[in-house]
Design a protein around this ligand. Structure first.
Ligand code: GLN
Length: 188
C-alpha cells in the first residue's frame, strides 16, 4: 500500500508516524497520483487552500477517490473535504456530504480532550463541528452524541486528531479500507 500525507502545512509529521512504515510526505499532484491512501492533516484550512491554489492537488485528490483510493482528512483536512463549510463559508472539495462549521467550540473551549463513543481518545484543537450529515454518510464515532468521525465510501473525515495520541485504531480503520477497496476492484 502506498500511503502519503499532504505536507504543505499543519501536523503532517504526526500522521506520518501514525501510518504504516513507508508512508511519505507528498506536496505535488503527481505524487498523489502514485498513492492508494492520502491523509490531509490538521492545520489551518484557509492557509492550505491558498497553498493549494493552482497546484492541481485538488484534482489529484478527486482522481485518487475516483480510481478507488482512500482519503482521510483530520480537522482542517476534514474542512477541505466537506461539501459545505460555514463560520465563515469557504471553498471546499465536496468529497464527503457533510456541512462543517469552523472553530465551532468557541474561544473559551479552544482545545480539549474527551473520550469518544466508541472509546477512542479525542483531542480537539480549534475544531470544526459537523452540523449536517448527508444520507450516504456513516457516523463512525461521536462525542456527546454528535458525529466526530464520518465516512462516505472511501472518504473519511475526523474533527479530532487521532494522530496526536498513541491509539492507532482510527488510522487502522482507514488503512483497512484501502485493502477492502482493492479487493472490490480485483473482484470486478
Ligand atoms: N481551525 C482550523 C481551520 O479552520 C482547524 C484546526 C485544526 O486543524 N486543528 O482550518
Amino acid at each position: 500500500m502506498r500511503a502519503g500525507v499532504l505536507a504543505l502545512q499543519g501536523d503532517f509529521a504526526a500522521h506520518l508516524a501514525a501510518l504504516p512504515a513507508g508512508a511519505t510526505e507528498v506536496r505535488t499532484a503527481a505524487a498523489i497520483d502514485a498513492l492508494d491512501l492520502l491523509v490531509l492533516p490538521g492545520g489551518e484550512s484557509t492557509t492550505m487552500l491558498k497553498l493549494l491554489d493552482g497546484s492541481g492537488i485538488e484534482e489529484a485528490v478527486r482522481r485518487l477517490v475516483a480510481r478507488g483510493g482512500v482519503v482521510f482528512g483530520t480537522c482542517a483536512g476534514a474542512i477541505l473535504l466537506a461539501a459545505e463549510v460555514r463560520g465563515p463559508a469557504q471553498r471546499s472539495f465536496g468529497l464527503i456530504d457533510v456541512t462543517v462549521e469552523r472553530n465551532a467550540f468557541g474561544r473559551q473551549v479552544d482545545s480539549f480532550e474527551a473520550v469518544l463513543e466508541p472509546d477512542y481518545p479525542g483531542v480537539f484543537i480549534r475544531a470544526p463541528r459537523i452540523r449536517r450529515v448527508g444520507p450516504g454518510v456513516e457516523v463512525l464515532a461521536r462525542w456527546k452524541g454528535e458525529p466526530v468521525l464520518v465516512r462516505e465510501g472511501r472518504v473519511f473525515a475526523a474533527t479530532f486528531h487521532p494522530e496526536l495520541t498513541a491509539d492507532r485504531r482510527v488510522h487502522g480503520l482507514v488503512v483497512a479500507a484501502v485493502g477492502t477497496a482493492r479487493e472490490a476492484s480485483a473482484a470486478r
